[in-house]
Write a protein that binds this ligand. Structure first.
Ligand code: AMP
Ligand code: MG
Length: 273
């Protein structure tokens, strides 16, 4: 009997409780997809996304949170640009998390996050997220281990709360190779229209690649849950990255099957004057 090709969602999810070895996951994997074919599939998925998002917004009951995490030049901005392009701006927000401000640092690390989670009908994309508080914070010892090591359970509890209250959560780690990152840094440096994206500090961070990978592995292992799964997206090929994320988000929204609100509260044959 011919078996159906597994969906990218099934292939790329980090199964809750499983070990994660990023070294054994190929950043240039494409699962047999080809670039030409991918462009058509992304376009079809973007159309699906647009229609589903409009229904989610009209329904105004449920919420969707998409978390993007990656090393520098991993492609987070590209995903926002290429995958979220079909969304109506009214029902969608992108929130970037940079170095915390003084006020943010004067609160617990989830304070700035909880304020900007999606409301009813909304899709919110986090460009970086509370996971920085177990990534950059851990790699640079910004708080003692005694504090950051408790955060995995706290994050799980926080995401569990959001999910129980009606938020669907998808978390994507854009997995690039160190070589690909260097190529992208070079391209940014050489192109005057891209140089603004490159900072000298990016080269410093790059020296800690292995420490970052270890921090990512622990976050993926401990915080991929049924309520809020992680996906590791092979991202050396931008077209495959866009395809995978568009497909996983579209499949997830299709499962939610948002509905236009019932019209029963309006009188039949209303005469307007
Ligand atoms: P970019 O995404 O290139 O605009 O850079 C944002 C920077 O903010 C990155 O270097 C992150 O590591 C940093 N960042 C984000 N969240 C935190 C955090 N909670 N603590 C410290 N640095 C952070
Ligand atoms: Mg940057």
């Amino acid at each position: 009997m011919p078996s159906k090709k597994p969906s990218l969602r099934d292939r790329l999810i980090v199964k809750p409780g499983s070990k994660v070895d990023l070294g054994s996951r190929k950043p240039d994997e494409t699962f047999g997809y080809r670039k030409e074919q991918a462009a058509l599939k992304v376009a079809a998925d973007v159309d699906r996304l647009a229609a589903l998002q409009e229904r989610l917004w009209a329904e105004h009951k449920r919420r969707v949170l998409i978390v993007l995490q990656a090393m520098d030049a991993g492609g987070k901005d590209g995903v926002v640009k290429h995958v979220m392009t079909g969304f109506h701006p009214l029902g969608c927000r992108v929130v970037g998390f940079g170095v915390p401000s003084e006020v943010e640092l004067a609160h617990d690390y989830l304070w700035r996050v909880h304020q900007v989670v999606p409301g009813n009908g909304e899709i919110v994309v986090f460009n970086r997220s509370h996971y920085e508080d177990v990534l950059v914070v851990r790699v640079h010892d910004l708080v003692p281990k005694a504090r950051w090591s408790k955060r995995y359970d706290q994050i799980n509890a926080f995401e569990e709360l959001l999910a129980a209250e009606g938020t669907t959560i998808l978390k994507f780690m854009l997995h690039i190779s160190a070589d690909e990152q260097l190529e992208r840094f070079r391209a940014r440096y050489e192109d005057p229209t891209k140089r603004w994206k490159f900072k000298l500090g990016d080269l410093e961070e790059r020296k800690r690649w292995d420490e970052y990978m270890a921090a990512y592995e622990e976050a993926l292992e401990r915080c991929s849950t049924d309520a809020a799964p992680w996906f590791v997206i092979p991202s050396d090929r931008k077209w495959f990255r866009d395809l995978a994320i568009a497909d996983i988000v579209a499949d997830t929204l299709a499962d939610l099957d948002p509905q236009y609100p019932p019209m029963d509260d309006l009188p039949k044959n209303l005469v307007m004057s």
